[in-house]
Design a protein around this ligand. Structure first.
Ligand code: F0G
Length: 386
């Protein structure tokens, strides 16, 4: 029989999943969900819960809070292929999820778990997308959400979503890293809240399904994505470990975690071969990944090692340049998402990716998530076209 435990990836200590725990009592590491006797058997559901047996095998169906997230499309575009200099590049659009970002995949699992554990309040820190998803799924579950937001650093559209879904907004002075520190402080003092940041190992389980879907449809050499708090980086490596251990795949694609140059502590950590990540004061136009002290860096390192992956960094200009190409191709994405293409271009130009390689880039958020930077456009008069 398949069953799940919370397990420390560092010291191996295990905890019952009925305990509300995020970190190991013994060594302080962030916990993983570990499924004993896991099976690759898909269900009648679509999207995330199609993979219930690899995500949350034992939760009863009546506890599941879902908006039908996942099962997002892959897009090819000649314009993007030409830009990247790669024939075989596809974009997987996570902006097609119900609240417009990949966060919904983690949130459906974590909020279902909040219900299973009988919580009636959720809490998260956010650069915007997590708060939108947390607010939506908590409302759907009929429980209250509290979101800690560094007001000045969050796009109005994302705040609009959280407010509209009825979240309690806690304004935090400073940036995402201050908000994340306040979440940790809060849960040290009270057990009232269920935390929905990617510190929560169930979020990671839901986000693994992006990789399950990609590997079911194609066999890319590289998978690129923007990296901030490193939840996705952690989830993607774990998903590949699952598939490899069950013999569903016979090779491991290389993960390409792309950071913004002004918010690249993971890049420094991996390339500097350090024991600990060194926090930086983050600065980038891509506010979704404006994160200087990512919580998941150890699990993320495991992902990069397992996939023999690469951490790259790109400038804001490179991000916005790639975004213009994605937008003009008719696909569109928010600024942070475009780092995934900017990183691919940089790695192709440096010869690490070959024009004949197969690449899947993950667009993490919808075009309408951030409309603060209106592209230049020309206004015509009727007389100009008659
Ligand atoms: N792309 C988008 C659009 C995001 O919103 C985020 C993270 C990332 C990429 C980075 O993903 O944290 O897993 O490395 N946004 C979080 C939030 C932090 O609060 O919405 P990651």
């Amino acid at each position: 029989m398949t069953f799940s435990v919370l397990k420390c990836p560092n010291c191996g200590e295990e905890y019952n999943i009925n305990r509300n725990k995020y970190t190991c009592d013994k060594c302080g590491n962030i916990l993983d969900v570990f499924h004993y006797d896991m099976k690759y058997e898909t269900t009648k559901f679509k999207g995330v819960w199609k993979y219930k047996n690899m995500v949350h095998p034992t939760i009863s169906e009546d506890k599941i809070i879902t908006r039908g997230e996942g099962d997002t499309n892959l897009y090819r575009s000649e314009r993007i292929s030409k830009y990247a200099g790669i024939n075989n590049i596809v974009m997987k659009h996570e902006g097609e999820n119900p609240t417009g970002s990949f966060k919904d995949r983690g949130m459906t699992v974590a909020v279902s778990e909040a219900i299973r554990l009988k919580f009636n309040k959720t809490l998260c820190a956010s650069t915007g997308n997590t708060s939108a998803a947390a607010a939506s799924y908590s409302a759907l579950a009929g429980i209250e959400s509290y979101v800690m937001i560094p007001g000045k650093n969050v796009s109005t559209n994302k705040l609009f979503q959280a407010v509209s879904y009825g979240a309690n907004i806690v304004d935090i002075e400073g940036d995402f890293d201050n908000a994340m520190a306040d979440v940790k402080k809060t849960i040290d003092k009270t057990n009232d809240f269920y935390v929905l940041n990617s510190l929560n190992p169930w979020r990671i389980e839901g986000q693994k399904t992006i990789i399950y879907e990609i590997m079911e449809k194609s066999k890319p050499d590289f998978i690129s994505f923007p990296a901030g708090n490193l939840g996705n980086t952690s989830a993607f490596g774990k998903a590949l470990m699952d598939l490899k251990s069950l013999d569903i795949i016979d090779y491991v694609p290389k993960l390409l975690a792309i950071q913004a140059e002004g918010a690249a502590p993971f890049y420094d950590y991996i390339h500097g071969n350090k024991d600990h990540i060194e926090a930086v004061k983050a600065e980038t136009i891509a506010t979704a990944i404006k994160i200087g002290n990512p919580v998941n860096y150890k699990k993320a390192r495991r992902s990069m090692e397992f996939s023999n992956g690469i951490v790259e960094k790109v400038t804001d200009d490179q991000i916005m340049d790639a975004k213009r190409v994605i937008d003009r191709s008719g696909i569109g994405c928010e600024p942070a998402s475009a780092a995934s293409l900017a990183g691919v271009l940089k790695l192709r130009e440096s010869g690490i990716i070959d024009s004949g390689d197969t690449v899947t880039s993950i667009l993490t958020g919808h075009l309408l998530k951030d409309v603060s930077m209106m592209p230049e456009y020309k206004v015509l008069k009727i007389s100009d076209i008659l």
